[in-house]
Ligand binder design. Structure first.
Ligand SMILES: [Zn+2]
Length: 191
């Protein structure tokens, strides 16, 4: 049986104008993502288990590490899903997107999923250091909690929400660095 792994850029986080980072989603991948959501209302893209692992470089500055610890702790304490940090072998490593030409881009989540089961197989989380190096620890947590939310299967929504697409609104105009009740409720629909 052929089980094709499809890599899709499912979300990128923007401030201001729309800026596509390198490797932005091909249309076909977006189509597969939509197909998985449409197959069955109970077969949304999500992990097959409600606890998954992430990692980040130990060389990262302390406030990046703190931001990730606080963001994962918030999700773990407010939803039935857990992001567990490991030092190696994580299914969801964090890295630096490093796109100086997209200074409005703060974070990116890329997802791989099985197009038959519509279950995630890997995630790649990114800060875009050319943006986030100028942010404080709370703003980095704000970006991290949003990307972690994508990573467990949440899409963009409007309003005062951790999953609002507008980075400037979320992390600069306001400081939505934790899941709101509705963000948690939507996560718990998946898990
Ligand atoms: Zn987003």
């Amino acid at each position: 049986m052929l089980r094709r792994m499809v890599r899709s850029l499912v979300a990128w986080l923007l401030a201001g104008t729309v800026l596509l980072g390198p490797g932005a989603a091909p249309a076909a991948a977006d189509g597969n993502y939509t197909n998985c959501s449409a197959q069955n209302p109970t077969l949304h893209l999500r992990w097959s288990a409600n606890s998954q692992t992430f990692s980040r470089p130990d060389t990262w500055a302390a406030n990046y590490r703190t931001a990730l610890a606080n963001a994962s702790s918030n999700i773990n304490s407010t939803t039935d899903f857990s992001w567990i940090r490991v030092s190696s072998g994580a299914v969801a490593p964090w890295a630096n997107w490093n796109d100086p030409n997209s200074p409005g881009l703060a974070g990116v989540t890329q997802s791989s999923f099985n197009n038959t089961t519509c279950r995630f197989t890997d995630q790649w989380f990114y800060f875009n250091f050319p943006h986030t190096d100028g942010d404080n620890v709370d703003q980095r947590q704000c970006t991290a909690v949003h990307e972690f939310g994508h990573g467990l299967g949440l899409n963009h929504v409007s309003g005062f929400r951790a999953m609002n697409a507008n980075h400037t609104y979320r992390c600069h105009t306001n400081m939505i660095k934790t899941f709101q009740g509705v963000d948690s409720a939507e996560a718990n629909v998946l898990y």
